[in-house]
Design a protein around this ligand. Sequence first.
Ligand SMILES: [Zn+2]
Length: 121
Amino acid sequence: MLDTQYFKQKLETEEAQLRQDLAQISTDKIHPGHDDFEAVSAEPEMFMETRDDIADKLENFSEREATTETLEVRLRDIIEALERIEKGTYGKCKISGEDIEIERLEANPAATTCKSHINED
Ligand SMILES: [Zn+2]
């Protein structure tokens, strides 16, 4: 019997961490309530910027956008896993319907497939 309470706690801890990380670099105020995050620029706009400053800032911003995207995807996986716990389908492979190996869930509590279908996710 799978200890879903244990994995729920792990998922919730990771969700809180992801939301904290996202809050540092992005905002969800543009699409409130949809867990849809947009990267925000690091520092307030300044006058008299040199071309190098602007180039640095743009580079920095595209890194933030990429990181925001990665964190957002992970957050959605976590939320979906928590929904599966609520629905009672957590820990089942979405391809074969078999139980996902416990050590796989241990490594990734948001896993949706068993080890044999790891590449079909
Ligand atoms: Zn499977």
